[in-house]
Write a protein that binds this ligand. Structure first.
Ligand SMILES: Nc1ncnc2c1ncn2[C@@H]1O[C@H](COP(=O)(O)OP(=O)(O)O)[C@@H](O)[C@H]1O
Ligand SMILES: [Mg+2]
Length: 228
């Protein structure tokens, strides 16, 4: 994913759909579709090895790119430790995933419509002291089973893989994982370790997004690698 010259607007795919950056999110969408032609993907997890690599930015813009294809999309903030999707979409986080899992709110009440047609958002919800237990709960499994019936595609944001087990847990519940790597920031052995962590739980890695690469004009500035 190229780094734009100015600070990235979190929802550039909605605000500037014809920009080069938005186009690269649409290319990512297409590549993901091609990475799993035989078994249609219903749930996709976006993660990274470390914090700040661009997970939330990528998953949000990817969700917009899918919604622009007229698909009914649910975006879920599975980063219960540092949630940001409610900020990116400017909605309240008073009710969200943790509240649905704790049976405090119904899914229908917790899901937000967004300003983008076809795109719905389940924010992280009230802070919980035990995120990994919540994400690994039977109810979480049941919740995903339910939402895949109601939406064409469910995209899930997550904490970084190297910090806590949450992303590994979520990867076992999702059909595939897109790994975002910050070009120049993350060392090769750390990236390799993150992929090993995913392989350890038999996660299906759909591809790796190399994010924040400065555009030189000599190439597309965009990289997407299949498999691990
Ligand atoms: N391709 C990009 N170009 C420029 N800035 C980016 C890009 N991707 C992410 N950022 C910025 O980097 C910061 C961290 O991104 P974020 O998506 O919140 O990471 P994470 O969710 O992995 O912690 C944010 O300020 C975001 O706007
Ligand atoms: Mg994030």
């Amino acid at each position: 994913m190229p780094a734009p010259t100015s600070k990235l607007n979190p929802l550039i795919t909605n605000l500037k759909p014809h920009s080069r950056v938005s186009e690269s999110y649409r290319i990512l969408r297409t590549n993901i579709q091609y990475s799993a032609v035989d078994s249609p993907l219903k749930t996709i997890l976006v993660s990274s090895s470390q914090p700040g690599e661009g997970k939330s930015t990528t998953v949000s813009n990817l969700a917009v790119a899918y919604a622009q294809e007229e698909k009914r999309i649910l975006l879920v903030d599975g980063d219960l430790r540092k949630p940001t999707l409610h900020q990116i979409f400017s909605v309240s986080n008073r009710s969200g995933l943790t509240n649905v899992l704790a049976n405090e709110h119904s899914l229908e009440d917790a899901v937000h419509s967004t300003e983008i047609p076809n795109l719905h958002l389940l924010t992280s919800g009230t802070h919980t002291p035990n995120p990994a237990e919540m994400l690994g709960s039977k109810r979480m499994n049941q919740l995903l089973d339910k939402v895949v019936q109601e939406y064409d595609l469910v995209l899930v944001d997550s904490p970084p893989i190297m910090a806590v087990t949450d992303a590994q847990i979520l990867s076992t519940l999702c059909d595939g994982v897109v790994l975002v790597l910050n070009y120049g920031k993350v060392k090769r052995d750390v990236a390799k370790k993150a992929l090993e962590h995913l392989a350890h739980v038999n996660a299906k890695v759909l591809g790796v997004v190399i994010n924040n690469r400065t555009y030189t004009g000599k190439d597309s500035g965009y990289y997407y690698h299949y498999g691990s």
